[in-house]
Design a protein around this ligand. Structure first.
Ligand code: HEC
Length: 341
């Protein structure tokens, strides 16, 4: 196995990731016997997990060996998915075909004998996942093949792009408000429409604005009135801790209100559990005009119109909590306000 992970990470991934089936166990043994540098079950399981998370339909491998990682990828693909294996060694590729066939994955696999860089020329993109386990000194060539328009494609940005692509699958589109804005007048209830009206008229939209209804800037928490210390602890100075600018004292990022109905507890201190209470408190401390119960109800109803379709993400099952598991202590992690910025 290629030794890329620290032992404890390896053990962790194997414990929480998808488990190998009989064929994979056999492939592991094969690698062991023949000294084949395969990625091993911890990384293999991780590849499967990530591929599933981004709902990948097409995977391309630059270098497949005897099909070990391809097998893990294949487990994450639907029947109409596609995985392209490339390998310069014909015998290894044939072995890969055998293994994938035994696992029932042959129909979605393409076995390409030859240099991966030649093979990729013959395929039209896009691929959702590209594995570059090519001869390492040719990584640069492989990146260049994947990004033909760029002079120096092995960049921090292109690596970050992969993360971005995953994050872009986490969008929660089609909230009732989105449908309303697209012209579907019935997407909001009457109460929600009145809530939307209040949201604009009462000035909530001044701080919670834009497509995400917030998330764009820092605002003092307690513009008009100081929130109770349990909601905004006295020694929790917010943005000031970072900038040391007086105006930033007790300033916090105005959070996005998308999906807010699904994400209690509220405020950075996580102390308010009911959405009604959070809305009421905003009226008190940010607007300085107490909201009537009727207004609170309408604004809260509007908050529910911000819940979009949630992506399906398969999260790993974490190991049981034991006495030895460290617990977070939020208070202990507050930065020292007197420290230099
Ligand atoms: C002056 C700016 C400002 C105004 C006006 C304002 N908010 Fe806020 N809002 C904030 C800030 C800043 C926070 C985050 C405070 C924190 O994290 O402790 C927040 C937090 C919230 C939260 C909790 C969100 C979460 O995920 O924790 C809700 C709900 C909310 N606001 C709704 C409203 C409503 C409804 C109005 C109008 C009645 C309103 N806000 C007016 C700045 C504002």
């Amino acid at each position: 196995m290629i030794d890329v992970l620290p032992d404890h990470t390896d053990a962790y991934l194997q414990a929480v990731g998808p488990q190998p089936d009989d064929v994979l166990v056999e492939m592991d043994e094969y690698a062991e016997e023949h000294g084949f540098p395969h990625v091993g079950p911890a990384l293999g399981g991780w590849l499967q997990l990530l591929t599933g998370m981004v709902d990948a339909e097409r995977v391309f491998e630059f270098g497949s060996g005897y099909g070990y990682s391809a097998y893990w990828f294949a487990r994450a693909l639907d029947d109409d998915g596609q995985i392209v294996l490339t390998e310069i060694d014909e015998d290894e590729l044939a072995l890969g075909r055998e293994f994938l066939a035994r696992g029932g994955h042959e129909s979605i696999a393409r076995f390409e004998h030859g240099d991966a860089l030649d093979v990729v020329e013959r395929y039209d993109g896009p691929f959702d996942v590209v594995l570059i386990d090519h001869q390492k000194h040719r990584y640069v060539d492989a990146f260049e093949a994947a990004y033909p328009d760029q002079a120096e494609p092995v960049t921090f940005e292109n690596v970050a792009l992969a993360i971005e692509v995953f994050e872009s699958t986490l969008l929660t589109p089609d909230a009732p408000l989105d449908r309303f804005l697209r012209g579907d007048a019935d997407a909001l209830t009457e109460t929600q429409k009145e809530g939307l009206h209040l949201f604009a008229e009462r000035g909530c939209a001044a701080c919670h604005r834009g497509i995400n209804l917030g998330g764009h800037g820092y605002y003092p928490f307690g513009v008009v009135e100081r929130p109770d210390a349990f909601v905004r602890p006295e020694d929790d100075l917010g943005r000031y801790t970072v900038t040391h600018v007086e105006a930033d004292r007790y300033a916090f990022k105005s959070p996005t209100l998308r999906n807010v109905a699904l994400t209690p507890p509220y405020f950075h201190s996580g102390t308010v559990w009911s959405l009604e209470d959070a809305v009421r408190l905003m009226g008190d401390v940010q607007l300085g005009s107490e909201l009537t119960e009727d207004e609170v109800d309408k604004l809260t109803a509007f908050m529910h119109a911000l819940t979009g379709e949630q992506p399906e993400v398969t999260v790993p099952v974490l190991p049981d909590i034991t006495d030895a598991t460290p617990r977070p202590d939020p208070a202990a992690t507050l930065p020292d306000p007197d420290a230099a910025p």
